[in-house]
Design a protein around this ligand. Sequence first.
Ligand code: TSX
Ligand code: MN
Length: 643
Amino acid sequence: MVHLLRLVGARALCARRVGSPLLPPPTRAISQQAQRQMDTLRPKVREFVERTVRMCQPAEVHVCDGSEAENANLLNQMAESGVLEPLTKYDNCWLARTDPADVARVESKTFIVTEEKRETVPIPRKGRKGMLGNWMSPKALEHAVAERFPGCMRGRTLYVVPFSMGPVGSPLSKIGIELTDSPYVAASMRIMTRMGSKVLETLGDDDFVKCLHSVGRPVPVSKKPINNWPCNPENTIIAHVPSKNEIISFGSGYGGNSLLGKKCFALRIGSTIARREGWLAEHMLILGITNPAGHKRYIAAAFPSACGKTNLAMLQPSLPGYKVECVGDDIAWMKFDDKGVLRAINPENGFFGVAPGTSSATNPIAMKTIFSNTLFTNVAKTSDGGVYWEGLEKEVDTSVGIVDWHGDPWTTGSGAPSAHPNSRFCAPAAQCPIIDPQWESPEGVPISAILFGGRRPLGVPLVYEAFNWQHGVFLGAAMRSESTAAAEHKGKVIMHDPFAMRPFFGYNFGHYLAHWLSMEQRGTPATMPKIFHVNWFRKAATGGFLWPGFGENTRVLDWVLRRVDGEDCAQESAIGLVPKPGSLNLEGLKEAVDMQELFSIPKEFWQQEVSAVAQYLDEQVGEDLPYPIVEELEHLRQRVEKL
Ligand code: TSX
Ligand code: MN
């Protein structure tokens, strides 16, 4: 009775909201069972759920416990409603096809909400468009929410998804609660995060990050969803409110737009929490590496897209006696401990990896990870109930039939790719055969080195080391990578992507740089991670790659670790410390490598690089660019002039 009154009262409240249409009554009151579930929630959680129920008017509420039985119900129910297809060739693997209008993150509709614009983004120089994030005022967000959310979950079930980013109970972990009307999101969050009752128990009466998500298609739908994938691309918005630890996402069911623990929480909101609390939330893989002497270290590495970050995180070493283990492939939360050692956790619980290009040749470990308990999205399907994508040509029997990611028959000659280029696997990290024994360590793993990288066909050597922390921060700021950019560009362009964080900054990039620079004061000099820049993608004048890459990158990591050990195997160059001649271990390398060309530092190229980076940082960061970065740029310019 009490609950009924609450709902009625809420409806009146919704109807009074300025600018929102009068809402018809909910299709039905939520079940008594759901009410009982909601009654078990702690006051803060319950208030969040009840407020959302009043606004969004779902037909039903389900509080996720994270159990196997609950998961099986979700999956079977999605199979019945045509959202998922079972992939009968594998154990508990499923295929989702999205509406082709909902296949990727939408940066133009992603906002950070602060009182002052400058908290979110630096003010670009006159006439320049800011490329370091989108700002929205709290008023504009209020309006955007009022226009979209009232009644948006009518006819659907609201799933309450309690999740922990990081091992449950770790001092480095943070808890979120995602309210979503997408069962696909609930099932994916169970893979990508620690999800369920144990999280609510740990939360107690503490605060949590409030995550609200709706596909934005109340039932009955105005038009039949394509592929049974409801979404609302015209009205999509992904908003982050750092001051309230809130994320609000509407209109997209895909990946980073809807699995709010990942990019939205662990990077955007995470970076703002990290700044306040004095740590780092970064777009980095974490790997453990043991050398032939049995000495184990951990490396964190940031790469823009299309550099093979997941492949590096699961590297199969070519050098005898080396062992690589995986802590994470996408995000690192790093904090200096009371001894001044930088410690990292992977806040995630799974891999949400790009499928095309993944094969036994490029990443045999991933191939051993993703064929059980995995949700595939927008990959192609074989007639024997398996998956297919570009890169698997040599691994799938050509006698099988293939349907593409739209569900249409496909053959090699079709022209268009079989799988969407951004198609994904979503697989539990625990299934990775080389998952690190310490990957769930509550105190995190100690980081000895940080790598920044990029896909640089010209001018940038295989590896070089920063002279010091300040120079290392500059290397992160100056990151660029080749990418097949926006549709209007045909060819490949070298894009700026500082710290591989360009789409993920939760606050002003100038302030972010100042925060990184300040980290030097928190670390103990002897154990401060050394910073390196790597480039596996340099090409010869004749066109081919100069470096074999993949497992052979172990040779670069070996040199990095020897530098960490203090070995005298580096010499100064204009751009940083490069390997002394003969110090990179090339023993047993089958391919002939032109070391001269691989490590050359062409004066003209670097003059252009300096001016491109200078122009970018001046135009984009302007007044907010910390002086030490200006200083590093000027020193680099002077060293390059002497080449
Ligand atoms: O992931 C890659 N890595 C990192 C591996 C640990 N890729 C794939 C990038 C696409 C996402 C690479 N591609 C790497 C690399 O180190 N290097 C290259 C370029 C390359 C491609 C093919 C060959 C060599 C280099 N193979 C032959 O020429 C036979
Ligand atoms: Mn990523």
